[in-house]
Design a protein around this ligand. Structure first.
Ligand code: ASP
Ligand code: MG
Length: 404
């Protein structure tokens, strides 16, 4: 049997019947030389409409019914794409999550995939029929419909690719691939031909929104190569490779940034065992992702403890800190919501020094003050004033010649 490729089409790619016709052409062409399994998102904007409908009878609709409703957009697009393929004389069948036993946990709206009936899908493929599977949807042990969280179709596609042993998962979207940075901010940003999985994880986590971060984590865990490409323009997109393929790693591959961040500083907190846990424990229990975490050298047994979270979580985190005030002594809580994070990512940094100092020099020459610096093996993250993000990203992009 020839190799299997999973093709995933996002909302804009299937945004109209005309677009679905174009997607059918892409699938038809690929199916001439390979076995194809397709995963689709809802037609662009449909999920948002369903979410709005769900709020009509009250702000907090029943979670089970909410998922039952918002999952239906994918049902529509999968059946329509099957029809489009039929019109070209190609055998295709739509499948919902329950039809392929896409089993998930029962946490509605953020369900996690447990397993999927790969044999069932492969039987369809063996019958020379293209399965068109609904992304985003899952089904619990008890048969309730769940959804995987916004953007979850990417994860559906990667999970299926992993389970059927596909050679690759192609994620079709409305951009040409992964760029050195957001082309809306830096006009000479360049499309990358390839990027390593770990670089992509850092970029996705740092706000490069093209592929759902969870999908990249899944691809990394199950060794599924992913390609991101456009269904609008021809081109080979960006290959997210699994490792040693490019021996010569780029020093810097991309610049990611995230606005809508808040910086919390507990000033003058006791430098004693258990403090960090007392602060961050309740925050993580509330399922809030904490990013940059810094604790400095202490003076007279007191130190400053700083971390960032997304702006959406500001109120919740503030309440949590107030509630632990009795337990964790600190002089003052300082909240700064006009900050942003800028990150330089590159697998080549691991073996070469000098990236950090070059970045700091370039930013200082352009009057960008760096409030916090935080590094990992292949990433340097800097917290700066939100109003300077565009300038900083452009300066760093130029400094590392990413347009070449
Ligand atoms: N349709 C869902 C959403 O809009 C899932 C997806 O497109 O990946 O979030
Ligand atoms: Mg998407």
């Amino acid at each position: 049997m020839s190799e299997i490729i999973v093709q995933k089409f996002g909302g804009t790619s299937v945004g109209s019947v005309e677009r679905i016709g174009i997607v059918a052409n892409i699938v038809a062409e690929a199916s001439k030389s390979k076995k194809i399994i397709v995963v689709v998102s809802a037609m662009g904007g449909e999920t948002n409409k369903l979410v709005k409908l769900a709020n009509h009878f009250g702000e907090n609709p029943d979670k089970r019914e909410f998922d039952a409703l918002v999952s239906t957009g994918e049902t529509v697009s999968s059946a329509l794409l099957a029809m489009a393929l039929h019109s070209k004389g190609i055998k295709a069948k739509s499948y919902s999550a329950s039809q392929i036993s896409m089993r998930t946990t029962d946490s509605f709206s953020k369900a996690k995939i447990l397993d999927v009936d790969a044999d069932k899908i492969l039987k369809v493929v063996d019958d020379n029929t293209i399965p068109i599977i609904t992304g985003f949807q899952g089904i619990t042990e008890g048969g309730d419909i769940t959804t995987l969280g916004r953007g979850g179709s990417d994860t559906t596609a990667v999970a299926i690719a992993a389970q059927v042993g596909a050679k690759r998962c192609d994620i079709y979207t409305d951009v040409d691939g992964i760029f050195t940075t957001d082309p809306k901010v830096v006009s000479n940003a360049k499309k990358l031909d390839s990027i390593t999985m770990e670089e992509m994880l850092e970029l996705a986590g740092q706000g490069a929104k093209v592929v759902q971060t969870r999908a990249v984590e899944f691809a990394n865990k199950f060794d599924v190569p992913v390609r991101v490409l456009s269904s609008f323009n021809d081109g080979s997109g960006t290959l997210i490779s699994l490792g040693e393929e490019n021996m010569e790693n780029a020093l810097v591959s991309g610049i990611a940034f995230q606005k809508d961040q808040v910086k919390f500083t507990l000033h003058g907190v006791g430098d004693i065992p258990g403090t960090a846990f007392k602060i961050l424990g309740p925050i993580s229990e509330a399922d809030i992702e904490v990013d940059v975490i810094v604790q400095n050298v202490s003076v007279d047994g007191k130190t400053d403890f700083t971390f960032t979270v997304s702006s959406d979580e500001q109120a919740t985190v503030q309440n949590i800190i107030e509630s632990i005030k009795k337990d964790v002594n600190f002089r003052e809580l300082i909240i700064d919501s006009s900050i942003a994070k800028v990150s330089i990512v590159g697998a080549g940094m691991r073996s070469q020094a000098g990236v950090a100092s070059a970045a700091f020099r370039a930013l200082s020459e352009n009057d960008v003050n760096i409030q916090i610096i935080c590094t990992s093996e292949i990433k340097i993250t800097m917290v700066i004033d939100e109003s300077l993000v565009e300038k900083a990203v452009q300066v760093l992009h130029d400094e590392f010649n990413l347009d070449e």
